[in-house]
Each structure stands twice: as structure tokens, then as C-alpha cells.
Design a protein around this ligand. Sequence first.
Ligand SMILES: Cc1cc2nc3c(=O)[nH]c(=O)nc-3n(C[C@H](O)[C@H](O)[C@H](O)COP(=O)(O)OP(=O)(O)OC[C@H]3O[C@@H](n4cnc5c(N)ncnc54)[C@H](O)[C@@H]3O)c2cc1C
Length: 390
Amino acid sequence: MRTQVAIIGAGPAGLLLGALLHRSGIDAVIVEQRSADYVLGRIRAGVLEQTTVDLLEQAGVGERVHAEGLRHDGTELAFGGGLHRIDFNALTGRHVMVYGQTEVTRDLMAARSQAALPTWYEAEHVAIADYQSAHPRVTFEKDGVRHQIECDFIAGCDGFHGVCRASVPPAAITAYEKVYPFGWLGVLADVPPATEELVYASHERGFALCSQRSRTRSRYYVQCASDDDVARWSDDAFWDELRRRLPDEVAERVVTGPSIEKSIAPLRSFVAEPMRFGSLFLAGDAAHIVPPTGAKGLNLAAADVGYLAQAMREHYGERSDAGIQAYSQRCLSRIWKAERFSWWFTSLMHRFPEAGEFGARIQRAELDYLVGSKAASTALAENYVGLPLA
Ligand SMILES: Cc1cc2nc3c(=O)[nH]c(=O)nc-3n(C[C@H](O)[C@H](O)[C@H](O)COP(=O)(O)OP(=O)(O)OC[C@H]3O[C@@H](n4cnc5c(N)ncnc54)[C@H](O)[C@@H]3O)c2cc1C
């Protein structure tokens, strides 16, 4: 096979890149190690920045997010038994859209199959080669048959455990990492959300989050030990613990029901630099991870492929490699700001076992300051709704 851009991974980064390239008349083939159903079944992010929605529109899949997404103009911080609203719209003139990652994936997959664009699911032994040259290759096996793709560029959109970053020699890449001493126990349930907007709760028993995917589907989380076992948590135990960490006015509005998904996610901050190696570009979780507190993971992945699609348009359309040369630095400049915000918001809202009572008092003072100061609230709001694309 021959294509212009070989994309490894059919998560949101790979699928969105494929759609953006298609709209620009650039050929791409996607190679994904899992089945389409498996990819669709992964329950993950749910809060989209306006820049992500804009990119979905550019990719030709903006219709359903506008029809079914829930526009949120603010969020609630819960602490000390009370609720404190941060009004994104009043502070920044912007908002976020609640629309599940599974729906984004579904829309992109549907558009891809409608346009009959090539996607190889359940590809085995995916490998990349010669990416330092102008003739890189991707090889894989499907149903026991070996395939090779010759291309101009490889986009490594294959997530944190993918093959692309792992193929780069250790001396050529630097990783910066922080692992947090706790995780998030999450439950998805077909029950109406307790509140219109998300509630981020700081409580002495630990952090809790009331999130949602639609008017009938809720996503709740509680901070748990990083070595906790999900099998230890019955649905009832989860709902009890969640309600204990919420102010009474929210706890009494939580509608409980059987979980349709329950899992523990570790919390990690990670950045690999640089993000380009000759003809190989890393994008999304392949290059960076944020703790989910700031709702940035999916949004950063979308921004990366927005920059990459732009670089490809310049390369093929304008014969300019300026975007290719600048790709890594442009992405990293925005990524580190989102890393900082996600780390700060995580540090503010969670109980850190080693921080003791002094740490808890400092957190409380910062929360009081945050909701009492327009400058501090604005700083939170402008990071949460997403910094502009440079
Ligand atoms: C459990 C969990 C919960 C999360 N919750 C949130 C949240 O609440 N809010 C938020 O903002 N973000 C959240 N995230 C982060 C967000 O989902 C990711 O940032 C987003 O999925 C990144 O998209 P991506 O396409 O870069 O990577 P991925 O979605 O990981 O997609 C990578 C794709 O590459 C494929 N792949 C991997 N290896 C290979 C290979 N060798 N060959 C071919 N294909 C390969 C994978 O199967 C996958 O389909 C969560 C992540 C996880 C893991």
C-alpha cells in the first residue's frame, strides 16, 4: 500500500487527524490494533473545549455535538459544606461542551466509513521503520497476512502504551513524569445527573466529581488509593462514599442506579519531548498524559492533530515545511500550560496522604481565595475552557 500519511491508532487523535486530512484532500490510512467495537466501548473523557468543537466542525462532524452536546457556562466547586460557582461565560466569554469521547469517536468512525476511507482494525504486530528518512514504512499483520504501507509521514496517535514512542531510541527522547499517590474510582450509570453543571468536591475523605455524559447518563468519581481494587467496591458502597463527600444539597439529589461501567484510573502527568523525529510525529496520549481533573486529555489530543493537519496542508498545498519544523515546539508550549493547570487543579482538590493538616489548611485557604477573587477565578476559568491555539 502507498499513502501520504500513515496514522497509527484509531482513538480520537487518529480518527480526527484522518478526517481533517481527508477534508484537505490528503490521503491517509489508519492502522489500529483493536476492533472498532472495542475502541467504541472505552469510556473516557467527556468535556470538550470550544477549540475541540471547532476542530470537529472543520472535520465535518460538528452536527451531533451541537445538537446533543450540553453547553456548560460554568462549574461548581464544593468545599466546607457549600457550593461556589465559577462562571466561565461571565469571566471569559467562553464555555465548554459536555459530549462523551465515545460519541466523538462514533461520529468520526461513521464519517470515515461513509467516505470509504481505509482503516485496518485488529492489526497485529504493528511496527514502524525508516522514519528518519523521506520514505518511512509501517508493517502489520491482519488475519495472518503481512502488509506494508509506504508513506511520506507517520502520525503516532497510538496512545500512552503505543508502539511509536517506544520505537524512538531512548537517547533521542526525554520523558518528564509525575505519578500521583491515588487514583479515581469512576462509575458510569444511566441516571440523570444530580446537577446541571459539574461539581468538583474537596472533602476530608478525598476528592469527588459529579460529571455527566448526557441528560440521562451520569459519570461520578471518587479519589481512591492507587492500589485499591475495583472488585472491593459494590455499587452501594460507591454511592454511599460519593454522597459522603458532597454538600447535602447535592448529595440528596444524586440519583443512584446500577453501574454500567466501574473502573479505577491511575493519575499521572507525563510529557515526552520532542514530538517529532524526522517523518514521525507523536500526537495525543502517545506524547503526553494529564490527570483528568482539568478535563484536558482529549482536548490536547485534538489540538495536536489540529496543528499536525495544518502542517500537512502547508507541506502538500503550499510546499512549505514551516509547520512541520514548528510542530513539536508549538504543541509543547500549549501542552505544558495544560500540564501545569491539570497538576495545580489536582493538587488543590485532592487529599495528599503525606501533606497532613498543614497541607489541608493551605488547600482551604487557596479555595477561599479562588472563589473570593475575580482574578483567581478568571485564571481557573480561562484554563478550564481552554487556552487559545497559537
Ligand atoms: C481510563 C481513562 C479515563 C480517562 N478519563 C478522562 C476524562 O475524564 N477526561 C479527559 O479529558 N480525559 C480522560 N482520559 C484521557 C483521554 O481519554 C485521552 O487523552 C484520549 O483518549 C487521548 O486520545 P488518543 O487518541 O491520543 O489516545 P487513545 O484514546 O489512547 O487512542 C490510541 C489508540 O491507539 C491504539 N493503539 C495502541 N497501540 C497500538 C499499536 N501498537 N498499533 C496500532 N494501534 C495502537 C489504541 O488501541 C487506541 O485505539 C482518560 C483516559 C483513560 C485511559
